[in-house]
Design a protein around this ligand. Structure first.
Ligand SMILES: [Mn+2]
Length: 185
């Protein structure tokens, strides 16, 4: 379990993230950021990833809240990635008009390739990938409703993470081991 409090002149974020028990019906979430669409996306993230998530956030602007919640979620996720796990995950999710593919590597190589068709949520995915040290590729294959495209991307991210964080016998790397620096929460 990782608990992080992050406070700046713009926002205050308190976040708890916990890996699921095996076969847990995922993602109990308690989310209150004051931004309803962000709450919707965080609940969706928890549901699809199976991670347990609590977030309380306050801030001045919606833009700052979305970015700082993504940073804090990324920092917590980085601490929760097991030293040995499946490491790679991918998922393609459709939601009416939208079809979104996500492929990721949870092996400590921060890289983001988008875009998703929302400046705000493109930033969300980039901040999350940077701070969790994920390689995260998001491809919007189809769609015209931005709500659906962003939501399908979050669902695909959750499912891909669920796959990547599943127990693996060994870290899959030709280097023999992937060291992931972490501070114990
Ligand atoms: Mn929705």
């Amino acid at each position: 379990m990782s608990t992080i409090q992050r406070e700046t002149g713009e926002t205050r974020v308190e976040l708890m993230l916990r890996l699921p028990e095996e076969d847990a019906a995922g993602g109990p979430a308690q989310v209150a950021t004051g931004v309803r669409f962000l709450d919707h996306m965080l609940n969706t993230f928890a549901r699809y990833s199976g991670l347990e998530l609590r977030v309380e956030a306050q801030g001045d602007l919606r833009h700052h809240l979305v970015e700082d919640v993504a940073i804090t979620l990324g920092l917590a996720l980085r601490q929760e990635i097991p030293a040995t796990c499946t490491r790679y995950g991918n998922a393609t999710v459709v939601m009416d008009d939208a079809m979104v593919q996500v492929a990721l590597d949870a092996g400590g190589r921060p890289y983001y390739r988008g875009p998703v068709p929302s400046v705000l949520y493109d930033h969300f995915f980039r901040s999350l990938a940077d701070n969790a040290a994920l390689t995260l590729h998001v491809r919007v294959l189809r769609g015209h409703d931005r709500h659906h495209m962003v939501e399908a991307a979050v669902k695909a991210l959750g499912l891909a993470l669920r796959m990547a964080l599943a127990p693996g016998r060994a870290v899959f790397s030709t280097k023999g081991a992937v060291r992931i620096d972490r501070e114990e929460a």
